[in-house]
Write a protein that binds this ligand. Structure first.
Ligand code: FES
Length: 159
């Protein structure tokens, strides 16, 4: 298994430093996982193992937390993450056609990451802005009233 390296430090060193900085309290688990996710794009097995040793929390528990929250990932994600709202109000506002167009443009199915690691296509439940559905988020940018015709233009902003 390859060792993840960021800025010359491997993931274990970074996890160690995070635990040192934030402390070993169980309440720090999610903030630490968010930090690891932010730095590496996902939480690797190696990171979970190190965290388990440092915080004295079973790896299985850390894994279940990491897979429970949508903001965290245990799989590598692309450079740009798309979250498409799949709840009913967006669906009836035309979301299905937008979703089909997204999948077609990216050549991806739900949950997949492109081979060049540029895109990850995810769905999400209601984002609370149903009035402007269909809605999608690319990274931290939210797009409302999206039509299938707008999809290529939105994606091209990330090229
Ligand atoms: S249903 Fe899509 S934002 Fe509410």
């Amino acid at each position: 298994m390859s060792v993840l390296v960021k800025n010359g430090q491997n993931v274990r060193n970074i996890v160690r430093a995070l635990v040192e900085e934030k402390g070993r309290e169980k309440s720090e688990l999610i903030p630490i996982l968010q930090d690891i996710n932010g730095q590496f794009g996902y939480i690797s097995d190696e990171a979970i193992k190190e965290l388990s040793e440092r915080m004295n929390i079973p790896g299985s528990h850390i894994y279940s937390v990491a897979t429970f929250y949508r903001m965290l990932s245990t799989e590598p994600r692309g450079e740009h993450v798309i979250q498409f709202c799949e709840s009913a109000p967006c669906h009836v506002a035309g979301g299905r056609l937008v979703w089909e167009k997204l999948k077609q443009e990216l050549g991806l199915e739900k949950g997949e990451t492109s081979d060049d690691e540029k895109w990850t296509l995810l769905t999400t439940s209601c984002l609370g802005v149903c009035g402007v559905g269909p809605v999608m988020i690319v990274d931290n940018n939210i797009y409302g009233n999206v039509t299938p015709e707008q999809v290529p233009g939105i994606l091209s902003q990330y090229n």
